[in-house]
Design a protein around this ligand. Structure first.
Ligand code: PEP
Ligand code: MG
Length: 876
């Protein structure tokens, strides 16, 4: 019989696939002899089986469940029906990869009308017993029977108001008893089944609800966002309850072994006295700093500090630890590698290496590629910030960044506004997992309640999104959609606000931003990444500003200069149009000579910035009609500029019209028809290089011919280019080594790569066109249906964003293998969008590609991805 349930003392931290992260770590902590309440884990395999069977717990699970409960009773003497030793449990989900707040938890399970009295007698605290019961009724109703949480909350809040109770703690035992009765009525009013009095039935139904929650919308959205597979299922942990809400010597909290925002090596945490489970993370009450525990319970604090150090050393990473104190006794409920900001991730990784806890290779695997991109985000300009009108300075800096947008007060509105192209700031009293899509759509998230570990803070940090929590000096009215200041001022939906996630401040209006500055740790970390990596990273860029950014990020050269992007300026466009519309060779050459002067200027500035680093200039590759005017008005203007009649211009536009321009007269096909075009371009490239040589500036030009699909296309053009270059060399008496290579963008080019490689100095895979042509999906139109494909699992991922291993990947593999066989020194790169995608980079690393090239702001992420990929390879 397959083992589907493991007691905590049967597992360990390596069993995450089966026990989920939470279960595996609970087992590990038990193994280390730490104070973990007893329990067992139902495996992810049981969840997968449950979902496959259409929502049916197998006999195997139920019989093993019964066995574990029996063993548990024998060991502890506790059971659901015992008079003296009542068993109450928590039921919590726990997938392999943590999904904070995304799935469901039920506490105090086992209570019923009879057991609540037993608990009251045993603890001599009826208030406590009924507080536990009302929480169970609420959580069970919401999670298992789908009774909306706000039905319970509204009743609870009204009851408090009616009886003029300031806080939850003021409600008496009788009051809570009354609330429990009312909650049971709410089950029936909502049309649900009554609350089950049989604890075993509660347990079974709760387990099923957790399994089902794997497939709820918010969990799916979270998995999509974080590239977590949908088919790995969640485990369920059943654990004996310990009560943080059993008086002032009890409490519950969350702590990080280091500061998850800055990375500072100092225990960072929050707790609430006399509170249970979700109270801290839900952000309903504002918790206390962990340091104040030192005064309130010095022994517990000391013990806790020791345990956190032990866990961090054991796991060799920053830990996020959940704990409960029950009558002065510390219990650990969870430990996991803590989510952190990119800045903190880098500082922690560098510090752990310096402390001798991990190696440099391990350090590079600890930082998420996506998160590093957030470090490159701008901050508010100091001077503009000083002049800005403050809305709130009381917030907590939950997740760094600087964002401006229109205020919205609901996740739905955030989504709607973002879909219509507006930038929005989502402001809520607190967020809950239902808000996930609205949070994704927003520029920043602001809450008036909650701390640094609230749902909003944790999720935003995970997304790398700017977030401020606990702005308690303003009040949100979600019904009237206003933010009310204490002095009576009001902000309304649609007002523009700016959020400083690094400081925790909120401002009125838009504020100027500056680009990010990098810490010494960042530089150190990137250096280790480069040392670990095999693949090099270049950039795709043509403007001086982009090139400078790419080199600041340590790109090793330029992998793609798209020369057509250099013709978009008004003056150049006129000359380009003159070339396209020319009716004979002489006219064309005249137009090209004009263009050449612009090109020389541009190339000089590019090679100068490259300063001796390899620079690939891709010869012109646009469909010609893209350069021609479309509207009647534009046609008239252009006709005037070119001094031709509008009729003539219209006729030429008509001649140049193509049914399918992406498969038409573009790339090297243009140069086969008009050889003078590429001749002019190489003359411009080499002239600029020679000019720079005279100024003592070195260049490494690499000339790239696009969209090749036959060997003859390449050899014909290469011959012409070499003749042009030779002539120029003789004319100027100059010489600079150069390479001539091709883009591999058509499936045919992949198939004949062995032949092409005999003539090429380098290849660069243009995965945008290669994906388009392999699938036959238009790269400009596929957006209309690809999301339907991914939603229906027809495609796992959009192949324009992440390499299709089975198709495009196979073509690349074939081409690389054949090319390197005939020409071992050939340099091979990737310059399509996939060159900046971490998953694709991992595959390129396995395929003996030499470098990837991506837009400048993706360079650091790509460097890190190449390092991670190499670190993983070497581990094998
Ligand atoms: C490509 O096709 O992947 C490529 C880089 O070229 P472009 O996007 O300019 O067509
Ligand atoms: Mg292309």
């Amino acid at each position: 019989m397959e083992k589907l349930i493991y007691a905590f003392d049967e597992g360990n931290k390596t069993m995450k696939d089966l026990l989920g992260g939470k279960g595996a770590n609970l087992s590990e902590m038990k193994r280390l002899g730490l104070p973990v309440p007893d329990g067992f884990t139902i495996t992810t395999a049981a969840c997968i089986d449950y979902l496959k069977q259409g929502g049916q717990l197998s006999d195997n699970v139920t019989s093993q469940l019964q066995e574990h409960l029996n063993t548990f009773s024998n060991r502890t003497g506790k059971s659901f029906s015992s008079q003296e030793d009542l068993l109450l449990v928590s039921v919590r989900s726990g997938a392999k990869i943590s999904m904070p707040g995304m799935m469901d938890t039920i506490l105090n399970l086992g209570l019923n009308d009879e057991n609540v009295e037993k608990l009251a007698n045993k603890t001599n605290d009826a208030r406590f017993a009924y507080d536990c019961y009302r929480r169970l009724l609420q959580m069970f109703g919401d999670v298992v029977y789908g009774v909306p949480m706000n039905r319970f909350d509204t009743y609870f809040d009204n009851y408090k108001k009616e009886h003029q109770f300031e806080s939850d703690a003021d409600i008496t035992a009788d009051g809570l008893k009354h609330i429990c009765e009312k909650y049971k009525d709410i089950y029936m009013e909502y049309g649900s089944k009554p609350f089950p009095q049989d604890p075993y039935k509660q347990l079974k139904e709760a387990i099923e609800a957790v399994f089902k929650s794997w497939d709820n919308d918010r969990a799916r959205v979270y998995r999509d966002l974080n590239d977590i597979p949908h088919d790995i299922g969640t485990a369920v942990n059943i654990q004996e309850m310990v009560f943080g809400n059993s008086g002032e010597q009890s409490g519950t909290g969350v702590a990080f072994t280091r500061n998850p925002v800055t990375g500072e090596n100092k225990l960072f945490g929050e707790y609430l006295l006399n509170a249970q489970g979700e109270d801290v993370v839900a952000g309903i009450r504002t918790p206390q700093d962990i340091n104040t525990l030192k005064d309130q319970m010095p022994d517990v604090h000391k013990n806790f500090v020791e345990v956190t150090k032990q866990l961090e050393t054991h796991y060799k990473d920053l830990q996020d630890i959940e704990f409960t104190i029950e009558n002065g006794q510390l219990y650990l409920l969870q430990t996991r590698n803590g989510k952190r900001t990119a800045r903190a991730a880098i500082k922690v990784a560098v510090d752990l290496v310096n402390e001798g806890l991990i190696s440099k290779e391990e350090a590079v695997t600890q930082v998420d590629v996506k998160s590093i991109e957030t470090l490159l985000h701008p901050n508010f300009k100091e001077e503009s910030l000083k002049q800005a009108t403050v809305i709130s300075k009381m917030g907590l800096p939950a997740s760094p960044g600087a964002a401006t947008g229109q205020l919205v007060f609901s996740a739905e509105e955030a989504k709607e506004q973002a879909e219509s192209g507006n930038k929005v700031i989502l402001m809520r009293p607190e967020t809950s997992p239902e808000d996930i899509e609205g949070m994704v759509a927003s520029e920043a998230i602001v809450t008036t309640h909650g701390g640094m570990t609230s749902h909003a803070a944790v999720v935003a940090r995970g997304m790398g999104k700017c977030c401020v929590t606990g702005c308690s000096d303003v009040e949100i009215d979600t019904v009237n959609k206003t933010v009310n200041y204490p002095n009576g001022d009001v902000l309304r939906e649609g007002d523009i606000v700016s959020v400083d996630g690094s400081a925790g401040d909120l401002y009125l209006g838009e504020i100027e931003t500056v680009s990010a500055e990098h810490s010494d740790e960042f530089e150190q970390f990137m250096q280790w990444s480069e040392e670990t990596a095999r693949l090099q990273v270049r950039m795709n860029a043509e403007t001086p500003q982009d090139i400078k950014s790419g080199y600041e990020f340590n790109a090793k050269g330029i992998g793609l200069v798209r020369t057509e992007h250099m013709f978009f300026g008004a003056e150049r466009l006129v000359e380009m149009r003159r070339f396209i519309l020319a009716s004979n060779y002489e006219e064309r050459v005249e137009a090209l000579n004009k263009i050449k002067t612009y090109q020389i200027e541009d190339f000089e500035s590019i090679f100068k910035l490259s300063d001796g680093r390899p620079t690939i200039v891709r010869l012109l590759d646009p469909p010609l009609h893209e350069f021609l005017p479309a509207s009647e008005e534009d046609i008239q203007i252009v006709a005037k500029q070119l001094d031709v009649s509008t009729d003539y211009l219209k006729r030429r536009i008509n001649d140049l019209n193509e049914v399918n321009p992406m498969l038409g007269h573009r790339g090297c096909r243009l140069a086969v028809t008009y050889p003078e075009l590429y001749e002019m371009q190489v003359e411009a490239i080499m002239s600029s290089v020679f000019n720079l040589q005279q100024q003592g500036i070195e260049s490494q030009p690499e000339i790239m011919i696009p969209l090749v699909s036959t060997v003859e296309e390449f050899t014909t053009l290469k011959k012409q280019l070499i003749t042009t270059i030779n002539d120029l060399e003789n004319e100027t008496n100059s010489k600079v080594p150069y390479l001539i290579g091709t883009m591999i963008e058509t499936p045919r080019a992949c198939l004949i790569a062995g032949q092409l490689a005999q003539h090429c100095d380098f290849f660069s895979f243009g995965t945008n066109d290669l994906t388009q042509l392999t699938y036959g999906f238009s790269r400009d139109d596929a957006g209309k249906f690809i999301n339907v494909y991914t939603e229906n699992n027809i495609l796992q991922l959009d192949p324009f964003q992440s390499l299709d291993n089975d198709g495009v990947g196979q073509l690349i593999n074939l081409a690389v293998t054949n090319a390197k066989q005939v020409n071992p020194s050939i340099k091979i790169g990737v310059c399509g969008e996939l060159g900046g995608d971490a998953k694709s980079i991992h595959r390129f690393n396995q395929l003996s590609i030499d470098y990837v090239s991506c837009s400048p702001f993706r360079v650091p992420g790509a460097i890190l991805a190449t390092a991670q990929s190499q670190a993983e390879e070497s581990e094998r």
